[in-house]
Design a protein around this ligand. Structure first.
Ligand code: ZN
Length: 83
């Protein structure tokens, strides 16, 4: 049943007038930059022990299921540019 008809049937005693329609869309605001910032906020000392295991770490946003591979060098450059 089209939305307009649904509204009319739900509010049969009222006059229904559609003023405008909008199509909401899902969008996540994650980014590489935000990953770097989050890691940066953990602190350099904390990060050194995390990065000791390899050249990169993997971050996953559960909200949108996007995966980011953050490289040690990339993080160090970010840290240098932001301190
Ligand atoms: Zn996302």
């Amino acid at each position: 049943m089209p939305h307009y008809d649904q509204l009319v049937s739900l509010f049969s005693n009222d006059l229904i007038r559609i003023l405008f329609t909008e199509n909401p869309s899902f969008r996540c605001s994650c980014s590489r930059e935000r990953c770097l910032k989050a890691l940066y906020l953990l602190g350099l000392k904390e990060m050194q022990s995390i990065f000791e295991d390899g050249n990169s770490i993997s971050l996953n946003y559960e909200f949108c299921n996007e995966n980011y591979e953050i490289y040690t060098t990339e993080f160090l450059i970010y840290t240098r540019n932001n301190s």
